[in-house]
Design a protein. Structure first.
Length: 212
């Protein structure tokens, strides 16, 4: 399985063309798509996630590694589908209404994908009812809300209220994050989880999906 270790290492280095090449080679060698995903691509992103959490790498390195993972996934995806390998969970993610910041959201999205979750990105300036509609449409396990402004973080309470009104609270967990957001704020609005950074968000999201 040396090829999968090499794939993981090259992904961490962000070498997208080489990762693509190795994914194709592994498929030709009849290595199972599940092993390619978990021991090659996801293991590489896990290392990057840990390093990011420990300030050993920074946003540019994460973005380059994520690009390499996406390149590998392009080749692997049809084989995962044909093998009926299910995603580990489903998340919808967006920046709340009135807020147009997306760097943090995009980073969390990449980290979630790096844990093997299917992620639907709703973009920025997302109304509370849209979070709920899309969570229902995609049968999501988690709604992830991002805000970078103190003036827009109050919209997160509206998302919680809409989820409760729709009777989804036992089915869908709400995770919030962003620079002004705190655990106290999370508790005060009745959201399920607050995470301080993208790497932690992906760890918690995976735990939620495994538990659900």
């Amino acid at each position: 399985m040396h090829i999968l270790e090499e794939m993981s290492t090259l992904l961490q280095q962000g070498r997208a063309p080489k990762v693509k090449e190795l994914v194709a080679q592994a498929i030709d060698e009849n290595i199972s798509p599940k092993d390619i995903l978990e021991q090659g691509l996801l293991s590489g992103m896990t290392v990057i996630g840990e390093k990011f959490k420990n300030n050993e790498v920074f946003v540019p390195e994460v973005l380059i590694a994520a690009r390499a993972m996406n390149a590998g996934m392009e080749i692997l995806k049809p084989h995962l589908v044909s093998n009926n390998i299910e995603a580990k969970g489903i998340a919808v993610i967006g920046t709340v209404k009135g807020d147009l910041h997306d760097i943090g959201k995009n980073l969390v999205k990449m980290m979630l994908k790096g844990k093997g979750l299917t992620v639907y990105d709703l973009g920025v300036d997302v109304a509370p009812e849209v979070f709920v509609e899309k969570a229902i449409e995609y049968n999501a396990d988690i709604i992830c809300c991002s805000a970078l402004l103190t003036t827009t973080m109050t919209e997160m309470k509206n998302v919680v209220d809409k989820v409760n009104q729709a009777g989804l609270h036992n089915k869908v967990k709400i995770m919030i994050g962003g620079a002004p957001v705190t655990q106290n704020f999370c508790d005060s609005i009745g959201a399920d989880y607050y995470t301080p950074d993208a790497a932690t968000a992906s760890d918690v999201a995976l735990q939620i999906c495994i538990a659900s």
